[in-house]
Design a protein around this ligand. Sequence first.
Ligand code: HPA
Length: 238
Amino acid sequence: MSTAHNNAQKGDFAKTVLMPGDPLRAKFIAENFLTDVKQVNGVRNMLGFTGKYKGHEVSVMGSGMGMPSIGIYSYELFDQYGVEKIIRIGTCGAYSPDCKVFDVILGQGSCTNSNWFSQYGIPGTYSAIADFDMLKDAYEIANKIMPKENVHVGNVLASDIFYNDQPEVWKKWQKLGILGVEMESYALYCNAAYLGKKALTILTVSDSFITHEETTAEQRQTSFKQMMEIALEVAIKE
Ligand code: HPA
């Protein structure tokens, strides 16, 4: 079997898949954190790998940027490849003054400006949330390996828009307690809920809307070790 977007065979993916946005980060994680690694997807260079972490099978695959992209890949992993859990590992822009560059945000809930939910034909809105057990495990692990003040749990915004024509609109989300913005979690959580699977989003703050501090591309590629450790430990929890 294979899909239009994935040439892995059935059984090539582990039950848990880590999904960074960047496929080269997936390769980096596979090469640096996993053993017995096998590349399982190469379509459109959306690299996917399966290997072992502390003796447990774990996969890692790029999601691409934005909800259409993670929507396709996560749906197929859940629906066609028997994947049970997806852990998105990404970056976000901080809206909250408490969230500093390199802090970790666990996406307990996800808001969106996307119309992703309209596909279900339900007259209402949907609160997209992380799987509680995965969230709890991630929080416990994060607090073991990082100072408490650098770990945040709460609502994030999954935005369709990076270059926003309304540059001040983020302040309205901030007022509602949104910790930061990324572009994928809502679609991932909806796919998981719709298909009876589990998902979590773990984010490193890469830039701040308040202080305008930023990180370099090189730092983004290599220095998110703590987030990876949290994700890998959650991945192998029974
Ligand atoms: N906006 C959207 N997604 C992001 C950002 C941002 O500022 N930073 C990292 N991911």
